[in-house]
Design a protein around this ligand. Structure first.
Ligand SMILES: [Zn+2]
Length: 94
């Protein structure tokens, strides 16, 4: 029988075919939730769903888009934010 901790549904089950033809069950933690935009709460694209253990060994460039507000705001919100900032800057100049 499986060990007590693996009977919990906080683990997902992966059914693997082994060379002998039998099927073995592997247990893995479930994926974390997708990252969301800080302004509109839409899920961000270009962001992998990694557990902390895997995220530590993944390059920073692979974890968020390389642009201003990358990994914080979605692209339409970024566009609005940049325009907003430019307008505020222009107002200050006058
Ligand atoms: Zn957004």
């Amino acid at each position: 029988m499986t060990s007590q901790k693996h009977r919990s549904r906080s683990f997902r089950r992966i059914y693997k075919k082994v060379p002998g033809g039998a099927t073995h069950v592997q247990y893995e933690h479930r994926k974390p939730k997708k990252a969301h935009c800080a302004a509109c709460r839409r899920p961000l694209s270009g962001m992998p769903q990694l557990r902390a253990f895997k995220a530590r060994t993944t390059a920073k460039t692979m974890k968020r888009p390389e642009r201003p507000y990358g990994g914080m705001l979605c692209s339409p919100c970024t566009r609005l934010k940049i325009i907003e900032n430019a307008q505020a800057f222009m107002r200050k100049q006058e």
